[in-house]
Ligand binder design. Structure first.
Ligand code: FES
Ligand SMILES: [Fe+2]
Length: 320
């Protein structure tokens, strides 16, 4: 099964939901509407209005009652899916609720399937070690989940796919550990020399070592937390994916910087978020433009994590 039923998916960081505004999102072929009230509580319903099928996400949130009003006839639904008609709440839920699990700022769901593995406890470690800088991406890729998993566990592609961003000339995996649905990759990335103009444009490059150490902690299938050791501390890019439909995958990145840099936070966060946007766009571009898959006629070094993630994907799909 392309959507790995029973897998936990991280679908949003709370900051991605504006207060009292419906947000449409699609997972495993189903449309849902999410909204967050002023207290930060999040509700999630099937996006199909049970009356005549209007898109609830085109409606509006009623602040006082914490309900969503349908854009067609204005019937309101609470977070349990109960309709309010002529000021009376119908006790039986009519709109289907999406079960979500809120872990601090992170919103997870099993997309209403029977849970098969627990939600990974990645958030605590990441949030305790870093300051949230913002979100990159948050768009759909026209490619199946498998291709997005592959690129997130591919330690050869940065040299080519992201060559203009990082100028890596060589990448080496120092260690690869895996157990069940979790893995850790220690990787060394060697950079090419920068040109004088590049240093002028971005003097920060001067402080960057020639070899950059990174540790990726992978929580199959939803997230890859990529920690890069910079001269200023660890920057953690959390790559998040979930399946929208058989041939569409959603992607976003949560970025954590090592500490507060006072007045420079805004500039630094913007820089990190822009870089994240570029990374995700470059990944999307390459996996959206692959020819139909065939048995690869050659192999590259560093493919152990790629093999690992593919095996988990196919074992899961075959077991369903
Ligand atoms: S279609 Fe939603 S209230 Fe009529
Ligand atoms: Fe990439």
């Amino acid at each position: 099964m392309w959507n790995l039923p029973g897998a936990p998916w991280l679908i949003a960081h709370k900051s991605m939901l504006p207060v009292n505004k419906p947000k449409l999102f699609t997972i495993c072929g189903q449309d849902y509407v999410l909204w967050k009230n002023e207290k930060g509580e999040v509700s999630a319903l099937d996006n199909v209005c049970p009356h005549l099928g209007a898109k609830l996400s085109d409606g509006w949130i009623c602040n006082k009652t914490n309900t969503i009003a349908c854009p067609y006839h204005g019937v309101e639904f609470d977070g349990e899916g109960r309709a309010i008609v002529s000021n009376e709440k119908i006790s039986k839920p009519l709109a289907k609720k999406l079960e979500i699990i809120v872990q601090g700022n992170w919103i997870w769901t099993y997309a209403n399937t029977e849970p098969r593995i627990p939600i990974p406890n990645a958030m605590e470690e990441i949030e305790s070690e870093g300051f949230f800088a913002g979100v990159s991406g948050d768009f759909s890729i026209k490619a199946p989940l498998l291709y997005a998993l592959e690129v997130n566990h591919d330690y050869n592609h940065a040299k080519a796919t992201h060559r203009d961003l990082f100028k890596f000339k060589d990448i080496q995996i120092d260690s690869f550990f895996h157990e069940d649905y979790f893995s850790v990759v220690n990787v060394r990335q060697m950079r090419e020399d920068n040109t004088f103009t590049e240093y002028l444009q971005n003097p920060l490059l001067l402080s960057y070592p020639k070899s950059i150490q990174a540790v990726a902690k992978n929580y199959f299938p939803s997230i890859v937390a990529f920690n890069t050791v910079t001269p200023f501390g660890n920057v953690c890019d959390v790559f998040v994916i979930y399946p929208e439909s058989e041939n569409k995958t959603h992607t976003f990145m949560l970025i954590y910087r090592p500490k507060s840099f006072g007045v420079f936070n805004l500039i630094l966060d913007k820089f990190l978020i822009n870089a994240g946007n570029d990374i995700l766009k470059q990944d999307a571009h390459v996996i959206e433009n692959l020819y139909p898959r065939f048995e690869p006629k050659m192999r590259l070094p560093n493919e152990q994590p790629w093999n690992w993630v593919r095996k988990l994907y196919f074992d899961w799909s075959n077991a369903v």
